[in-house]
Design a protein around this ligand. Structure first.
Ligand code: NAD
Length: 522
């Protein structure tokens, strides 16, 4: 990709992004309908994980900002819910067009802020455009059912109304796409949105919030996409506790999600939880080796192992175990690690020094628990990128009883396990607390269908001959068990952003009661 080569220099890339997206040295992190002043506020510095250099800063939100922003958002909802859904769809269509116009620079900003390789940064903005397209069509398909009534002259139906104010808390690793899964779908349903991004990626959130609200301004409508940047916890916690947030969509780790769930649950609020994964790929002796290799390598290495859908466990049939591992190790050796803006690099940095520490600790612990280091395991100091956060993708031969196999370490560590029968492979596969994504590589129909059956994968996403990572927006995305049970993005996930109402209309001259109950008065 030509643009990748042209922008491999971090300072140059940042200068280009900053100019094109109108970012400043210090950016307001509060959008309550207008951008709040930065003066007198605490400042959050943003460093790129690529080489540790400082990009810019964002002025943080306070609890007062929360009050004011929620008030503004709720006022905007009063108007937005009256805009007919297909007209809301038209506005989202224009938002999609604006995102397309800014795709390259927004994608580059994602790469700079969180260290994704260029095509992944671009892919994330493409995902926003895709979901915008999906939401436009959806705006004319917000169907309810009509149900046969047991009573004469009665109509029984269900309809869907806007919910109100949807709070969206996002993780660092999908700083753009995950917001759009929520926000653009919520928008066509008739909701307004308050975004609390990760403090690791606030610049992406500032840039997106500026772009998308422009369309509403063009139409003489109040903004519907609000933003509060915090230092990590304060605003997010407030959103989980405050009843004015009608739905809280939370994406993040399981420990944080648990706290959020407790707070939202205490107020009996609605929530969508998209939490950590611990995804496995089973490769059987009937697999197409080339497809399986590519699928496993992409799943384990993409985004430097920092996807919720990253392949973290590889369950290999004993008959192909040595051969497959040999090929995979060769592939690992050939993978270029480094500046993600550089062409050919496939593995960029981890997000932070803490993430590197977590990687190091996990590699050590896995070995203490009996795992055999097959490849990698080293923290890297790359020339010119010494202040970046690079590690070697790692393969560790494990055993199902190792407790670390039940945890998600957000780094490129792949544990390899051996199996003899498919039943055994599925048991290993399902033996972790998380339930997000899963894959089987096999050309055997029986094996594939067994994996997809109720006795197979227990995850929200089950794939055959493709990676655990890299979902399309058309399907509902989310996971079971400790992953939280939420579903976002495509299919009928829009229903989570709406209030369901069952309607009974009696158009007859009598009052027949359901279940044959008699209640004759007079
Ligand atoms: P994290 O849990 O550290 O942070 C997520 C968000 O929660 C951030 O915006 C953070 O500021 C906020 N937060 C922190 N404390 C909070 C509190 N007490 N109340 C409310 N909000 C609070 O996660 P991360 O490191 O940014 O992201 C990585 C994790 O996210 C991984 O576990 C990954 O699997 C998960 N993830 C899941 C999905 C999914 O769709 N299932 C998608 C992306 C990432």
């Amino acid at each position: 990709m030509a643009s990748a080569v042209a922008t491999a220099d971090v300072a140059q890339a940042w200068a280009r992004v900053k100019g094109a997206l109108g970012l400043e040295e210090v950016n307001a992190g509060v959008f309550d309908g207008t951008w709040a002043s930065i003066s007198g506020r605490e400042i959050l510095p943003v460093h790129t994980p690529i080489d540790g250099s400082h990009l810019a800063s964002v002025a943080l939100a306070t609890q007062d900002d929360f009050e004011r922003t929620v008030r503004a958002a709720r006022n905007a909802f009063a108007r937005w819910q009256d805009v007919p859904a297909p007209v809301r769809g038209e506005i989202v269509r224009e938002i999609g067009e604006l995102l397309r116009e800014h795709k390259e620079t927004l994608g580059l900003l994602v790469s700079l802020e969180v260290g994704k390789i260029v095509t992944e940064g671009q892919g994330e903005i493409q995902e926003m455009i895709d979901i915008a397209n999906f939401a436009v069509g959806l705006s004319r398909q917000l169907y309810g059912l009509t149900i046969a009534s047991e009573r004469p002259h009665h109509r029984l139906a269900e309809q869907w109304h806007p919910l109100g104010l949807v709070g969206v808390i996002t993780a660092f690793n999908f700083p753009a796409a995950v917001w759009s899964w929520n926000a653009l779908i919520a928008a066509v349903v008739g909701d307004v949105v308050l975004w609390k991004p990760s403090p690791r990626a606030p610049l992406t959130a500032v840039a997106i919030t500026r772009i998308v609200n422009r369309v509403l301004e063009r139409h003489g409508l109040p903004p519907i996409f609000y933003l509060l940047v915090d230092e990590g916890r304060s605003i997010g916690e407030r959103m989980s506790k405050d009843r004015q947030i009608d739905l809280l969509s939370f994406t993040g780790s399981i420990p944080t999600g648990r706290k959020v769930a407790e707070n939202v649950g205490r107020r009996l609020g609605k929530m969508l939880l998209e939490l950590g994964g611990n995804n496995a790929a089973i490769v059987t002796d009937k697999a197409d080796m080339e497809v399986a290799l590519k699928g496993v390598a992409f799943g384990a290495l993409a985004t430097a192992g920092q996807r919720c859908t990253t392949t973290r466990r590889l369950i290999l049939h004993e008959a192909i175990y040595d051969r497959f591992l040999e090929r995979l190790t060769t592939a690992y050796r050939s993978v270029k690690i480094g500046n993600p803006l550089e062409e050919g690099v496939l593995v960029g940095p981890l997000i932070s020094a803490q993430a590197v520490e977590n990687y190091r600790a996990a590699v050590e612990r896995a070995q203490r628990e009996g795992g055999q280091l097959l490849y990698g395991g080293q923290v890297l100091a790359l020339p010119g990128l010494e202040n970046g956060h690079y590690v070697q993708p790692t393969l560790i031969e494990g055993a199902p009883e190792m407790s670390i196999l039940c945890e998600e370490t957000f780094a490129p560590i792949l544990y390899v396990l051996k199996f003899r029968t498919l039943e055994e492979a599925i048991a290993i596969h399902n033996s972790v607390p998380q339930g997000l994504s899963s894959a089987i590589f096999t050309a055997d129909l029986r094996e594939a269908e067994t994996f997809l059956s109720h006795r197979g994968s227990d995850c929200g996403l089950a794939n055959v001959n493709t990676s655990t990572a890299g979902a399309e927006i058309g399907g509902a995305f989310g996971g079971e068990k400790d992953t939280g049970g939420g579903r976002e993005s495509g299919s009928d996930a829009w229903k989570a952003y709406a209030r369901r109402q069952t309607v009974t209309v009696n158009y007859g001259p009598d009052l027949p009661l359901a279940q044959g109950v008699r209640f004759d008065i007079g």
